[in-house]
Ligand binder design. Sequence first.
Ligand SMILES: C[S@@+](CC[C@H](N)C(=O)[O-])C[C@H]1O[C@@H](n2cnc3c(N)ncnc32)[C@H](O)[C@@H]1O
Length: 231
Amino acid sequence: MERTLKTIVIVGIVAIGISGILLSNALAGRSGRGIPDGQGDSDLEKPPVPMDENEKKILGILDDIRANQSYRNVPPQDGRFLRITAESMNAKNVIEIGTSTGYSGLWFGMALQKTGGKLTTYEIDAQRAAAARANFNRAGMADTITLVEGDAHEEVTKLKDPIDILFLDADKEGYIDYLTKLLPLIRPGGLIIAHNINPQMADPKYMEAITTNPNLETIVRSGVGLTLKKR
Ligand SMILES: C[S@@+](CC[C@H](N)C(=O)[O-])C[C@H]1O[C@@H](n2cnc3c(N)ncnc32)[C@H](O)[C@@H]1O
């Protein structure tokens, strides 16, 4: 009887201990193996350090958009990723589908001011297009960023020049149409970056297209699909 009681107490203590570990891992957003999921790596990052007054001004506008005009904008770490990618590729022609209030566009703009490149960005909603236009103007990006107001499915058919980066961040079921229309224009070595690539939102037709084409190489990290058009 005494031994049974001891066993019950020991099993109870072990069970409470395991539940505690699982709960603390869940609250910390970590897997049971102690490996950070998704954004854990970005815990190692620090906020951007502006190199000059212009960068300081743009970072201030970006903070203001997030605080006061946010509408489904990418998180700051994705914005920084877009900037780093565009600047390091020396991108000259970037196409963005889904401007919203101009948050990701400004991250691209920071890179393109340095590379001498241009961003063309598409937005179907008039109110958000107006907010984005005002943000591009106050950031001094009028010569760097062109906003096209309208349905991107129709508007992108007017594009003719080679594209360094195509960034998809609009209607998820439309990604396959944007890819079909614009893949011929992506230069060899160019990138297609797609946002919201996760099991809940990714369109299976788009995923099939970017993962089975031998001319493309795709990885997905933290909801961002990165597809290289091979040379
Ligand atoms: C997720 S938000 C874009 C966020 C933006 N890239 C950012 O991070 O700041 C998606 C935007 O795509 C726009 N959109 C949806 N369908 C569109 C279409 N067919 N043509 C152009 N814009 C579209 C929506 O109105 C919305 O503002």
